[in-house]
Design a protein around this ligand. Structure first.
Ligand code: NAI
Length: 397
């Protein structure tokens, strides 16, 4: 089948198997070219392993640390004339490359929030790995079914402090638009915390600990975001911010639990990036358009793989003791340092005030954003012939 992008709103409904494989290989090459990570983990569980930060973390663990990796993800295989989702092809490509390099790589596709998938993972780890010495939690989901009560929670993106209106970007029309969202209700805040907060992360870690699957010195990491002043009302002080507060509080609770095996739990604050999760967030997409331009102009822009490579090499490992992982006043690891540089932020803030449809192409990197977005689904990668027939039914081992 010839596969072309079909974009609906902020999602692309097709994915290109060879393009996704190329994208994964490029990330692998980046890590290999940097050389081995010293003192890295040997057996890693990645929850949310098929895209974005989770996939990049798995690639650094596998190809930088030569770790055995076990991935949990929620993706769709190909069916009839419908391509698989990008994360499916990413996982197939990662595992093929890992095995070709003599690395253990196995995954399960299913709902990480469910008891069923947790039990499945526990069984596989017991059988294949014995224990894990790193657990990466990188889920981004719009909903969660609670495993005990069956209740369904849906995450929303709203401000907690009142109705919110600001500039955003309409990628269909290439226009800067005004978007208004009403204030979140208490239920919406609670729901978002239940989906994107630390509740499920804690369930995973407590279960792994109870089953004696956490190796001595095991490190648990989850990902958070802070971002600029301009998105504070909708992000950090919004429903998703409440969830991130909860995730960060959970890290402190889990840090005590991990200490019982001589390990640690930390949250890493990452940079704003074009991923399937972030492209769904209004306001943030315009911020990323402006940010990209500023960071590229300074030669300091990073993608998921550069971020995760730096997280492993410079922050989490490189021979230092777990207790010496550098953290901020709130106990968080920071790899959003380049994004948050004062001159970058000042420039974005100034441009934000005056950005309009007429000048956005000059002040922002719309083309760069669009390229990154398409790349998520395997499109626009050099060396891939998009006019050629391609087998869309790709099996994962
Ligand atoms: P993503 O959308 O690229 O990847 C999400 C992953 O979660 C995929 O592997 C997907 O299969 C998996 N997943 C979703 N629901 C699942 C379920 N029910 N069961 C099993 N797997 C499931 O997301 P991204 O952007 O990499 O986000 C990961 C984390 O990083 C999130 O906590 C996010 O808030 C955080 N973060 C994201 C930033 C960004 O700009 N994209 C910035 C800083 C932090």
């Amino acid at each position: 089948m010839i596969v072309q992008p079909k974009i609906k709103g902020f999602i692309c409904t097709t994915a290109h198997p060879l393009g996704c494989a190329r994208n994964v290989q490029d990330q692998i090459d980046h890590v290999i070219q940097k050389g081995p990570v010293t003192g890295g983990p040997r057996k890693v569980l990645v929850i949310g392993a098929s895209a974005g930060f989770g996939l990049a973390s798995r690639i650094v663990a596998g190809f930088g640390c030569r770790a055995a990796t076990y991935g949990v993800y929620f993706e769709k295989p190909a069916e009839d004339n419908r391509t698989a989702s990008a994360g499916w092809y990413n996982t197939a490509a990662f595992e093929k490359a890992a095995r070709a390099n003599g690395l253990y790589a196995k995954s399960v596709c299913g709902d990480a929030f469910s008891d069923k998938i947790k039990r499945h993972v526990i069984k596989d780890i017991k059988k294949d790995l014995g224990q894990v010495d790193m657990v990466i939690y990188s889920l981004a989901s719009p909903r969660r079914k609670h495993p005990k009560t069956g209740e369904i929670f849906k995450s929303t993106l709203k401000s907690i402090q009142g109705a919110y209106s600001n500039k955003s970007f309409d990628f269909d029309k290439n226009e800067v638009i005004q978007v208004s969202l009403r204030q979140a209700t208490t239920d919406e805040i609670i729901d978002t915390v239940m989906v994107m907060g630390g509740d499920d992360w804690q369930m995973w870690i407590e279960l792994l600990k109870a089953q004696n699957l956490l190796a001595p010195g095991c490190l648990a990491v989850a990902y958070s975001y802070i971002g600029p002043e301009v998105t504070q009302p909708i992000y950090r002080q919004g429903t998703i911010g409440a969830a991130k507060d909860h995730l960060e509080t959970t890290a402190r609770t889990l840090d005590k639990l991990m200490a019982q095996v001589g390990g640690r739990a930390v949250v890493s604050v990452n940079k704003a990036l074009v991923t399937q999760a972030s492209s769904a967030i209004p306001f943030i997409s315009l911020y990323i358009v402006l940010l990209l331009k500023q960071m590229k102009a300074r030669g300091i822009d990073e993608g998921c793989i550069e971020q995760m490579d730096r997280l492993f090499r410079e922050k989490l490992f490189s021979g230092r003791l777990l207790q010496d992982i550098p953290v901020d006043d709130e106990g968080r690891v920071r790899v959003d340092d380049l994004e948050m540089l004062p001159d970058v932020q000042a420039a974005v803030k100034e441009i934000w005030k005056n950005v309009t449809t007429e000048n956005v192409l000059r002040h922002g990197d719309v083309e760069g954003y669009n390229k990154e977005f398409l790349k998520l689904f395997g499109f626009g990668l050099p060396g891939v012939n998009y006019d050629e027939d391609v087998e869309i039914d790709v099996k994962i081992h």
